[in-house]
Design a protein around this ligand. Sequence first.
Ligand code: MN
Length: 160
Amino acid sequence: MIGILSDSHDNLTRVREAVRLFNDAGCDLVIHAGDFVAPFAVEELRNLKAPVKAVYGNCDGERAGLARAFQGIGEIGDAPLAFVHAGLRFVVCHLDSAGALLAARKAGDIVVFGHSHRALVESRDGVLVVNPGETGGWLRGKSTVALLDPAGRTAEIVTL
Ligand code: MN
């Protein structure tokens, strides 16, 4: 199982809940699609039993601090971040517009993005498109993440 979150926007309580959920689900990888905001929020991810792959969002101004916080947790870099996991090609970006473009170009088997704070799981021409929605919950009052099953190539949105 793969845990996906995005747009946590400093909400430590919700990040803690996401960490617990991902650990309980036995996730072997966690993806964050950007907008942590402050580096201190990354520290919570240290409690994960899985490594994290993440991209910077438009609100992630403290890049050096975030990169430092990520040491020993996983990797964070500029979008798009591409990698192979469980035999599937993943592409992670932050902006939903970029995500739509990458999906249309079939840049990966799975395209993950955030930014719009709207949860979305959709198959587009064989590409699984996932936006976990906002983990922070500040904008829409609802905190969500996604759980992705690579074997079934399916994902579900989970409300925290
Ligand atoms: Mn954003």
